[in-house]
Every structure is written in structure tokens, then in C-alpha cells.
Design a protein around this ligand. Structure first.
Ligand code: 6R9
Length: 661
């Protein structure tokens, strides 16, 4: 664990402590450390009682459960709220209409062009969702069917997801920045019946066609019967007759009713599938279920963001990732609050875009990623000058460890030195936030996600599976089930078991390295598996490797992460070419384009180095530890390389790197 230890040393020197603000404490859901600690204790002493109470307070159930929890993490087998029925769209819409919130804003949508703003009251959203649910039904979608969603950040994305939940269809969102090939793999894996997509994506002033990707993907997707297309940019697109139809026509068609009965779902029915990278070449379809996920989304949104009726909540993530699912859509809408949805990027048309929108919508809760903060820091405080950020109350961070420098900048320049920052650690698999400060209760240490939320039994284990000492680095595990945890990897129970429950039997293995200090504060160090975190996006090195070797000139590839000042990590690829192929700069460019088309722009290597040979053990395993050091320009101590089949390759790689610049 030497990489982890290095990071620990630098973070150990962080001793600053920031007390939570006094102002706002009275009205807060959790207004003191003591009240957090009491809840935490209760949740550990009587977890079932604790969660039953939260589930009753937060969710409207059609039928009550007969069993709160039925779990065995050794199997693993986890069931929450068995016997209960509910509907997620009912919880996000209908019940708010009944509570006098018909005219309250549910979604404020800001398009990339400044003048394009669309708002939806709960009443308006309800009607759109019901219509869309009826459109999907007409297309033959039934309870349990999968619907793949490949859309930019436009309101139709939120509407589609809620419509799926209304009729009990399982949505699977594929980030619109992914390639045709990635989309195809994900549709094939879950055998979706319908695809919802758009003509194009607007991004940084450009119109990027999307429908051609969908068409390409669908060439090999037999399960898809219908494709619904949203007109975003007005591009001319090819519509395949019998398969493709326009959203605006389908929604306005005769016979599409503006109401639709919500389908009662069992608590353990699948709500959605979301693909995430793992340590093999094939992304995992993480499965979340209805009752547990919703309870957990509402619980964490209420606690961590202290969401109140007057709040304007802005989570800057894309709904293509779990953060958008939980904290743009289900959490805020389930609680009946107002959520901002933004189509654009932080630096277009200028680096003040976010602050200008905070001012424009009087945003109170702002939740973003460290990579965004680091990218904006480069511009200094100029873009912030003259912006009225006085509406802000809480700042949040997610996706990767936030370095203390970025934390301080966020706190001082965006938060005026007065706002708490909730550094939230969680994963696609956890459904919602697991370790995080509570804004009005937890004293903050920059760079630490602080303490676990109630119900979350987090611990650090060493290699032997024993609890680590304070400040000793180890594996972050969760020792008992929580309602928002994943219930499977779609279609692959074995992978579910081996990935998360084999390393430390009886516990959930998060795959992250961390330490816990003497105050019980958690410091997350990053992934311990072959997953790298580029700008808060999880990428499997194996996925990028298999994209590279699918190029006809490449015989072998090894991908590692290298430290990057803005992205956190960047993609560094070592590539061995087939015999007789020349190592040219043109080919390097071609390989980058190849990865873009295979996976998507986010996976495109920052550096590709030609490697005549790779450092392999005699059993043929690539020693990534060595490659990581070379990528980071750290040629000092390679540790034990005696198991290498040919130790000479290490020198060759160093020379190759120095020669290239
Ligand atoms: C929500 C989300 C999960 C991985 C996770 C960890 C890293 C997320 C973090 C953090 C340190 C934080 N991560 N939040 N590391 N501090 N506050 O990002 O889900 O895309 O599945 O990524 O991201 O390594 O294991 P996902």
C-alpha cells in the first residue's frame, strides 16, 4: 500500500478544523454534533427500528412491509422492507400535489444558451411524466422491461426516468458522452426494449450529433423495438420507419392521456440499472431496488443538504452518473423541493458561468466535484468578482478526494469563508451518500469526508482483514447492510459476489483505500483496484486496454492512472505494436481517436507511450505498480522487481519516456 502511504503522509499534516456555522442551526434537521451522535448510536443499536422509522417518515407506502430487513452479507442476500409496495413517481409527484405543492417549482432547467430556461411546477411535471408513461406503454413497455436512455441534460431526461418508474419499467441511463459502442454494449447487456435519445447534444457552443451514435448502436441491438427521439437542436436526422418516432409527436398524439395510474411496485423490485466501470473490461450493471433506494436517497438528501422548502438545490452532475440520479432527481423531488438542472459546462461561455447561474436562480445548495473546483481555481477569483453569491448556504463536493488547497479555495472564494463544505464519499453501488459531514453539526477537516452517516457501519481493515489502527491505511468496508446498497450486478450474480463480498467475507468491500484518524474521521485515498478516477469519472483500465488492443496495429496495452493537477488522475497508456508496425506520431493520434470511438472522449489517453515490452511477472501478470511510477516520472525505487520475466524492460521504458520528452 505504498501509494496510499505517500498520500497519507501529506494529508496527515492537515490539522485545520472548521466549526459548523452557528447561523441556521436552529432550523437545521441536525443542528448539533450531539444530535448526530445520538442518531448514530441509535442506528447501530437498533438498525431495523431506525430504518423503519426513517422509511415511514420519508416515503409514502401503498402497503406496509412485513419484514424490515432480511440480510446475509455472506451470500450475499439483502432485502429491505419486504412485503411493502410503493411507487417512486408517486412519491416524487402525486403526493406533493396532494400537499398543496402543485404550483411549486420542481425543476428549473437552464439550457446551454443563456436565454433557454424551462421551468416545471410539480403540476406541470406530473402531466409530462404521465404522458410519457402512456407513450412508453403504447410502445409496448411493461413492468420489468428495460428502457435505455441516451439523452443530454434536458428536461426530457428527468421526465423519461420518472415515467419509467411510474409504470414499473427499469431505466438504464447511458451518459450521452459515451460512444455508439458503449451504448450498444449496455443495451445488449440489459436487453432493453426501448431507447430514448435525441438528435444532438449542445456542448460548449457546439452541436454534437447524437442520433447517428444511437443508429450505429442499434444495428446490433435486437432487443430494441422502438426508439423515441427528442428534438433538441433541430438537426435533420434519419428516422427508421417502424422503429423511430419523435418525442413531441408521440407526447401530443391523440389518445395520450395526461394522467396515468402509478404501478404499485414491491420494495425489492428493480428501480434502475446504471453501468459503472470495474476491474474487468466489461462495465457492471449496478442494480438498485425501489423501496431501499428511495428511502436512502431521501434520507441522505435531507440530512446532508439540510434541504428546506425555500431551498434552490443545484447539483452540477450529469444524470448519466449516479450523483445526478440521486441528487438532481430522486432526492430533491422525492422531498418536494426545487432542483436546478443545467445543460452546459462550467467554463462556457466563460469561467463565471456557474457563479452567474447561482446569482440568477438564487441557488442555496451547490454540489459539485473537486475537478470542477480545480479547473475554476486556475482563473483566480476574477470570475467571482461582482457576483452575488449571498444566497448560498451549503457547498458540497463529490467524486474524488478533494485536496486541501481546492477545499480552501472553495470555502474562501465561493463560500466567503462562512459556508460549510460537505465532502461526500459514496459510490454508484451505495445509492447515496455514506460518509459526510452534516452541515450544521460536524466540525470540518479539509480533505476528510469526516464521519459515517447514521446506519452506515464503516470501518478500515488491513490486509489480514483485521480492524486497522487509527491512521493506518487499509480497505474501506461497510459492515452491515443499508437500504440504498446495490442488490446485484445485472445478469451476473457471481460478479456481484466476487467483486464486493469476497475480499472480506460478511462485509461490503468498497474497493477504496482509506484511513480513519484518532477522531474517527475518514480520509479516502482512492481506488485500490484497477479503476482510475478521471475528473470524477470512474474508468476501468481494462476497458481502455481492450479498446486499444482492438486496433489492428496494437498487440498489447497497459493503462494506468497518472497524477493530474485538474483531473485528479489522467489516463496513461503503454502500447506495444505488432511486429513491423512503425511507431509514428500519426499512429498515436489515431489511437486516441480509436479510444474515443470505442468508449468516449472521457477515456481518451492523455499520454500514450510506445512500449517495446511490458514489465510482466513470469506468470504473465503486468506489474502495474512499476508502470504507475514511470507514468508519474518517479524512477526512484521500483521495489522488488526480481519476479519480472525480463527486468530489462523497465530501463527501456524509462529511456523511452525520457526520449519522448
Ligand atoms: C458518487 C460517485 C465512486 C468512487 C469511490 C471513490 C471516489 C467519490 C469521493 C470519492 C474521495 C469523496 N469518490 N466521492 N473519493 N472522497 N468525497 O462518485 O460514484 O462514480 O461510482 O465513483 O469515487 O473512489 O469509490 P462513482
Amino acid at each position: 500500500m505504498s501509494d496510499v502511504d505517500d498520500k497519507i503522509t501529506s494529508l496527515l499534516s492537515e490539522k485545520r478544523l472548521f466549526e459548523p456555522p452557528l447561523e441556521g442551526r436552529e432550523a437545521a434537521v441536525v443542528g448539533s454534533l450531539q444530535s448526530y451522535e445520538e442518531s448514530y448510536r441509535r442506528s447501530m443499536e437498533d438498525p431495523e427500528g431506525y430504518w423503519a422509522q426513517r422509511a415511514n417518515e420519508l416515503v409514502s407506502w401503498f402497503q406496509p412491509w412485513h419484514t424490515v430487513l432480511d440480510a446475509d452479507l455472506y451470500q450475499p442476500e439483502v432485502r429491505w422492507f419486504d412485503g411493502a409496495t410503493l411507487n417512486v413517481s408517486y412519491n416524487c409527484l402525486d403526493r406533493h400535489l396532494k400537499n398543496g405543492k402543485r404550483d411549486k417549482l420542481a425543476i428549473i432547467w437552464q439550457g446551454e444558451p443563456e436565454e433557454e430556461v424551462r421551468t416545471f411546477t410539480y403540476g406541470e411535471l406530473y402531466e409530462q411524466v404521465c404522458r410519457c408513461a402512456n407513450v412508453l406503454k403504447k410502445m409496448g413497455v411493461r413492468k420489468g422491461d428495460r428502457v435505455s436512455v441516451y439523452l443530454p441534460m434536458i428536461p426530457e431526461l428527468a421526465i423519461t426516468l420518472l415515467a419509467c418508474t411510474r409504470i414499473g419499467a427499469i431505466h438504464s441511463v447511458v451518459f450521452a458522452g459515451f460512444s455508439a459502442m458503449s451504448l450498444q454494449n449496455r443495451i445488449q447487456d440489459c436487453e432493453a426494449k426501448v431507447l430514448v435519445t435525441a438528435d444532438a447534444v449542445l456542448r460548449a457552443g457546439k452541436v454534437i450529433p447524437l442520433k447517428p451514435n444511437a443508429d450505429e448502436a442499434l444495428e446490433q441491438c435486437d432487443s430494441i423495438e422502438q426508439c423515441l427521439v427528442v428534438r433538441r437542436a433541430g438537426l435533420t436526422v434519419r428516422m427508421q420507419s417502424g422503429r423511430d418516432s419523435w418525442w413531441h409527436e408521440a407526447m401530443a398524439a391523440d389518445g395520450i392521456s395526461p394522467t396515468c395510474e402509478p404501478e404499485p411496485m414491491d420494495a425489492e423490485d428493480t428501480l434502475f440499472i446504471l453501468y459503472t466501470s470495474g476491474s474487468t473490461g466489461k462495465p457492471k450493471g449496478v442494480v438498485h431496488t425501489t423501496g431501499g433506494y428511495l428511502t436512502y436517497a431521501l434520507h441522505t438528501t435531507q440530512w446532508v443538504f439540510d434541504l428546506r422548502d425555500e431551498d434552490i438545490h443545484w447539483c452540477t452532475a450529469d444524470i448519466g452518473w449516479i450523483t445526478g440520479h440521486t441528487y438532481i432527481l430522486y432526492g430533491p423531488l422525492g422531498l418536494g423541493k426545487t432542483s436546478v438542472m443545467f445543460e452546459g459546462v462550467p467554463t462556457y461561455p466563460g469561467p463565471d458561468r456557474f457563479w452567474q447561474l447561482v446569482e440568477k436562480f438564487r441557488v442555496t445548495i451547490f454540489y459539485t466535484a473537486p475537478t470542477v473546483i480545480r479547473a475554476l481555481m486556475r482563473y483566480g477569483d476574477q470570475p467571482l468578482r461582482g457576483k452575488d453569491l449571498s444566497s448560498l448556504r451549503i457547498l458540497g463536493s463529490v467524486g474524488e478526494p478533494i485536496n486541501p488547497e481546492a477545499w480552501m479555495w472553495y470555502h474562501l472564494h465561493v463560500g466567503g469563508g462562512r459556508l460549510p463544505i460537505v465532502d461526500t464519499w459514496w459510490q454508484t453501488e451505495t445509492g447515496g451518500i455514506m460518509i459526510s459531514p452534516l452541515p450544521y453539526a460536524t466540525p470540518l477537516k479539509p480533505g476528510s469526508a469526516t464521519r459515517p452517516l447514521p446506519g452506515v457501519d464503516a470501518a478500515i481493515l488491513n490486509e489480514e482483514g483485521k480492524p486497522a489502527q487509527p491512521n493506518e491505511g487499509g480497505h474501506l468496508v461497510i459492515r452491515r447492510p443499508w437500504p440504498g446498497m446495490l442488490r446485484g450486478v445485472f445478469g451476473d450474480p457471481e460478479r456481484y459476489r466476487t467483486t464486493y463480498f469476497e475480499g472480506f467475507p460478511g462485509f461490503y468491500d468498497a474497493g477504496d483505500g482509506a484511513r480513519c484518524d484518532e477522531d474517527g474521521y475518514f480520509w479516502i485515498m482512492g481506488r485500490l483496484d484497477d479503476v482510475i478516477n478521471v475528473s470524477g469519472h470512474r474508468l476501468g483500465t481494462a476497458e481502455i486496454e481492450s479498446a486499444l488492443v482492438s486496433h489492428p496495429h496494437v498487440s498489447e496495452a497497459a493503462v494506468v492512472g497518472m497524477p493530474h493537477p485538474i483531473k485528479g488522475q489522467a489516463v496513461y497508456a503503454f502500447v506495444t505494436l505488432n511486429a513491423g508496425v512503425e511507431e509514428t506520431t500519426e499512429l498515436l493520434a489515431e489511437l486516441r481517436v480509436h479510444v474515443r470511438t470505442e468508449i468516449g472522449p472521457i477515456a481518451s489517453p492523455d499520454v500514450i507511450q510506445y512500449a517495446p515490452g511490458l514489465p510482466k511477472t513470469r506468470s504473465g501478470k503486468i506489474m502495474r505498480r512499476i508502470l504507475r511510477k514511470i507514468a508519474a516520472d518517479d524512477f526512484s525505487d521500483f521495489g522488488d522487481i526480481s519476479t519480472l520475466a525480463d527486468p530489462g524492460v523497465v530501463d527501456d521504458l524509462i529511456k523511452g519516456k525520457e526520449a519522448s520528452g
